[in-house]
Design a protein around this ligand. Structure first.
Ligand code: AMP
Length: 137
């Protein structure tokens, strides 16, 4: 599995790398929502949350916490969104897993409110039944 992010890991193309350890790399997104928008990626590629090693995913979250704290300390953010697009239907464009750390500035209106589905009590019950069974497997 080779994407543009492998080229960044291998230093074949430039990126603004802000953090690196044995498991992950963090670099600035090339089309930031706000300045400081960072991507945290695993060095050993996997596609997304569905095939990722849970320990590596947990480490990505730890590094996202450090990046978020740094963005707040440096006054590059008033808050942050953590976003992970998993699968084409969810808007994933680069199929090498990545966690977006998106700095938000008060009043930036960077994201519109998501649409909401209408669910009847029967819908909730049907979904709950399926999910409880699936999670117990
Ligand atoms: P996603 O829609 O979650 O797959 O997002 C992919 C992200 O990768 C986008 O926000 C892009 O701006 C970002 N991106 C793509 N190529 C590069 C690159 N060479 N350097 C930094 N960020 C990139």
């Amino acid at each position: 599995m080779d994407t543009i992010f492998s080229k960044i890991i291998n230093r074949e193309i430039p990126a603004d790398i802000i953090y690196e350890d044995d498991l992950v790399l963090a670099f600035l997104d090339i089309t930031p929502v706000n300045q400081g928008h960072t991507l945290v990626i695993p060095k050993k590629p996997f596609t997304n949350i569905f095939d990722g090693n849970p320990e590596v995913l947990a480490h990505m979250m730890k590094v996202a916490q450090k990046v978020g704290q740094a963005l707040m300390q440096e006054k590059l953010a008033d808050g942050i969104n953590l976003v992970m697009n998993n699968g084409e239907a969810a808007g994933q464009e680069v199929f090498h897993a990545h966690l977006h750390v998106v700095p938000r500035i008060t009043g930036d209106n960077a994201y519109s409110k998501p649409k909401r589905a209408s669910c009847t009590p029967e819908d909730f019950l049907a979904v709950k039944t399926k999910m409880v069974a699936a999670l117990a497997r």
